[in-house]
Structures are given as structure tokens and as C-alpha cells.
Ligand binder design. Sequence first.
Ligand SMILES: [Zn+2]
Length: 494
Amino acid sequence: MFVHVRLPSPRPTSRAAAGSHGVRCRFPVLLLAMVLLLVGTPAHAQLHDVPDRATLAFENVNVLPMTAADEGDAGAVLPAQTVVVSDGRIVAMGPSGQVDVPDGALRVDGSGRFLLPGLAEIHAHVPPGQDPPRELVEEYLFLYLANGITTIRGMLGAPYQLELREELRRGEVLGPRFYVGAPSVNANTAPTPEAAEALVRAHAEAGYDFLKIHPGVPRDSWDRMVEVAREVGITWAGHIPADVGIDHAVATGMATIDHLDGFLQATRRDDLSEDTPREEVFAATDPAKLEALVERLARAGVWQVPTQYLWNHLNGYVDADSLLALPEFQYISEGQRMGYRNQAEQRRRNPEITPASDAAHRAMRQDFLRAAHSAGVPILMGTDSPQLFNVPGFALHREIPLMLDAGMSPYEVLVSGTRAVGEYVASSLGQPGDFGTVQAGQRADLLLVDGNPLEDMARLQDPVGVVADGRWLTREAIRAGLDSIAVKYGDEGR
Ligand SMILES: [Zn+2]
């Protein structure tokens, strides 16, 4: 009856109406719609009914505490544990039989299952604008949770998001913990040092957690931004403006670089001209420059948020039909799917984007990530949902195979979405980094999955359950919520 949330390979045919699993699931989805109509349940009950914080005991569970340096270390996987959650915190953890389970706790059988910290999407977006439809906001937040994501960093702020952050903290809306970037610092908002200064002061005053940088910021605006941001105690993240360049951005203390921005500019071979075709530029970056760059980044400890899956599409010669046939597209609107299709078609009409340039570009970006990772540059997990073909939540599970392909081990990939994010929040945002590991005292943000994700990272999808700030969402509740979204957008498509 439930729509699966596993992610198969693209199907050759275009998306078949609402069910998107083709004829097999079409009937059950319709049936669910009819049942919901008959019983008069609001279609989105699962999305806006926030469960209370539960007292939970995961028993006899394998724990990936994510405190070990790497997966070979003793303590990377702790078998037969009991983990107790109460009032939004992990309150006890130890070998089963040695941990007291409080009376009234909901006992969850962990046999054969693995418990790990909830994941983070560090380049997320919630719906833009000052007053987006509330239902859409709730859908995005739910899609993140449904995919095991209990922390998001919003990368383009608006005033409503500051209130949303507090509503999430108070448990008035169901969703991940939300760190809110400010509205964009760019060529238009910070054309002069004076404008940059006013902007930074206003954003800090408003209570944003950090500044979001877009391309185009002039260097003198940048320098004033840095000075004022230090004074008011706020950090900045995002793009590398061309006028600033990656070395100056790093030297002045940029916290995270998103999209491996600035890499191509910094590693472009000197003998290439302005007229060199894109595919040659992509295929011929300077390996010595790349090596030097990643060494500098590693020394400075600047986090990279690669977003490889997105950039494959942004500069890609992609087939919209096969992408839109992926199951996650049932959870977004027809309008959004059309938008993706139009963007993909625009790219295919661009004479500079060819199958060859696409292949060279993908290979180049994977080389960048491989070099950065092997030099010890810290990586954070993120996708830039819902940009081009990135469905919130689901996109993270599309990004993971690309991280593995670039030489990260499954354990390192998990670190990038768990412990490292806690470290980033503590060191860069100056807020408690009390999450991203499974330990007594930590925020109760957890993910329970069917098997060992270190053996197969696809096991992170379709979780047995998610604990978000101490609130327990079962697989059944997650699937029911996803179904209600699919039904809504399926109806809309007819
Ligand atoms: Zn973004």
C-alpha cells in the first residue's frame, strides 16, 4: 500500500502520472486518496501533527556513535547497546542489560538494526520569499526528515525563516533543526564597502546564524564585510566572488566554501586562452595548482560542501525525462518539475554544453573532490536542494555515491554529515555542537536503519525510524506523510 522510498536507477520511460512507480502503485495511491477523502482526514495530518517528545529505549541495537576516528577503530560500531532518549536528549547508552530503561519508555527492538546520528543537509533551502505557502514549507521540512536529515543549514535567508527556526525549536512545526543563513551578500546588495557594512550589521542584528555569499561581491566590499563580521561575531559561507578569489577568501577566514567554488579559477592552466573550448578547459586543469590549492585549504581547515550531484546537472547535458522518472519527483509540484525540465532544455540548446563537455566537467569536479579529500580538507555533506533536479532530502542520497566515487570511505561520508557538522556549528556558528554523535547528553537526533550503512549506504534510505529533537517518527508515519504529498501532487497533475 505504501509507496517505497528506495531510489532505483532511472527508468527509461517518462514519469507515469501520480504513482511514479508506474501502474503498480497507481492504484494504491488513488485508494489512499479516496480513503482520506472518505474519513475526512486532512491529507497532510502527518506533516503538521508534531509528535510529543518521547521516552524511548532502543534495545539490543548496533550503534555507530561516530566518535571513533575511523571505521577500523574499536568503538566504531558498538553491538548490543541500549540507548535511552528522554525529553529531547540521549540520556543513557551502554551494553543492553546494563542500562536502566525508565518505566513507560517506548521500547524499540534494535536487533539487526543500526542506530546512528541523524544526518545533516548543510546546503539546504526552504521555500524562498517572505511568505511562501505554509503547506510547502511543511512539505520540504518533512522531506528532509523522511530522508533521515535532522539538521539543515538554510542557504538563502528571509525574515520568515528566523521565526520558522524558533517554531522548530519549540516543536510547533515538524522538521529538522534549522540554522539560518542571511539574505544574500552579492554585487547588488553590497556594491560598496558602506553597503556591505550596513548589510552585515543588519543581518547580525536580525539574528541570522551566518552570512551567505553569492558571486559578484567586489573586493573592497568583501574586506569591509570581513572587518564588520568579525566585530559583530558572525561568519560567512557560500561562493567565492571572482574579484576576491579563493586565496583571499581563505586568508580572510571564510568558514565554508560551497560547490567547490573557486577551484576552477585557481587551477586553470596558464596557457589556455579565452577562446579555449569548455571541454578542453575542464579536461586540462593544472595538477600542480590543484595540489597546492588543496594543501592551502587543508592547512586553513576550510570546510568544503561539494554539491556534486547538483553541479553535474547545472553544467550538464542531461536528459530531463530520465531524471524526472526517478521516484522522488512525485513529492514535488508539476510546476517545479516543469521548471527543471525547462532549465535542462536550455542547457541542451547551449552550444557550449555537449556530451563531451559534460563528461569532462564531471570528471574534473570529481578530481577536485578527490584531491581535496585526500589532502585532508574537511568535507560537509550538502546538496543545494531544491535546485535543479534536487528533491529535498532525497538529493542527499544521490550525492553520497559521488562522494564515495571521489575516494571518501563510507565512514568518512557519514562523518561529513554528522560529527563534522556538530564541529562546524560549534566552531563557526558559536552555538552548541551537541549533536552529530550518539553519546549521553547529546541532542536526540537519531536515525535507525535496517542494516549496516558502512556496508551499503543505500540503507540510510527508507529508515526504520527517525528521532528528531526527541520526537519519534516511525517508518509507517514517514511513508504515510510521503504518500500524502504524492497524492496531492498526483491529483494536481491530472
Ligand atoms: Zn543554494
